[in-house]
Write a protein that binds this ligand. Sequence first.
Ligand code: GLU
Length: 424
Amino acid sequence: MLLEATPPLERELNPWQSADARFKEAAARLGLDDGMRKILSTPAREITVHIPVQLDDGRLEVFTGYRVQHSVARGPGKGGIRFAPDVTLDEVRALASWMTWKCAVVNIPFGGAKGGVICNPSVLSQFELERITRRYTAEILDFIGPERDVPAPDMNTNEQTMAWIMDTYSMHHRTTVNAVVTGKPLDLGGSRGRPEATGRGCLIVTLQALRRLGLEPSATRVVIQGFGNVGGMAAKLMQRTGFKIICIIEVDGAVYNPKGLDVLALAEHRKETGSITGFPEGEDIDRDEALFLDCDVLLPAAKENVITSQNAGRIRAKILCEGANGPTTAVADSILAEKRVFVIPDILANAGGVTVSYFEWVQDRQGFFWNEQLVNGRLEEIMVNSFRDVVGYAEKHQVHNRTAAYMLALDRVAFAIKLRGIYA
Ligand code: GLU
């Protein structure tokens, strides 16, 4: 169906629509010509694969998977692979374009790509997940590689998934190729600091934002949505830095303590009970209402479309640090701007993950591995510089942080395309 014929809310919730709206605004402000706009707004390659997989009970099932390479102008495609029942091509397209802009914002030599497989990991066994992963990898084998496109984990995929991809690719190449994916286990060429990298990046840019707003970490109240790899790590690191984590929101509920939650104890509680609810040192509150708590920092670190035109007016945070990809719809942007929320846009806020993925790829290709201090130090340097670039650009050009991040990114990618020229 044509996007124009779609009802407004449905259109607002289409991530590709949000990506396109922000792209258009930045392109217009940059005065990009029509041809360049066409190139930058069209994914370079979209692969759809149908994967036959035998389930544990003997039945055959066919799963659909995608890999979208939005741009390879600045380097190989880069971006995660997600497994979820509601994956759509438009979502993967949007996520792939966000990877292009994200890598350009932090100025690392990658393009942008993303993959997804429509499946429900919560009802699949490890063996079934392994077969899906391996067959998906086999289907996209010709299009990935250390110099072509380098996948990584994303929603519902992890180090183990990356190990299977690396092994499948390596078996076909008759040699171990660990730089084909990042986010691998340490023992297979993974990087120190990679599991914490996205959360650490969120902490680094939040500290920068606090400095700009004249706020003290020890007086900072944080609400985090998502207690997984990104939100859980950010919570731990922020607590260690002295922030008060007053609420954690998860799919099964929200836990609140105005004095600050002990997030390590909360993680322990979830391990024992399977849920964050019922935590003795916190109060269970309504998970939908928790987003609107009075706080200094709101860190959505779960999924897309959490802040929309329907609820943005109720956000009370001073700083929005987007740990997830696309947690805010494009329509909600102007509402947050009116409320003067300091937005650290996803393509900057969560770029710590792909930055350390870049370090992992470099280490794999060098065959020489760095210690954690070096990884974290280099990550901090890149995140601090990128924050300064984006916020400086926003001030100079009198635009919001998100528009500034997009403008900076579009400009860098457009420049690379101009330098390379169009091969014909
Ligand atoms: N999935 C992560 C992201 O959205 C990491 C991608 C990567 O490391 O390539 O940024």
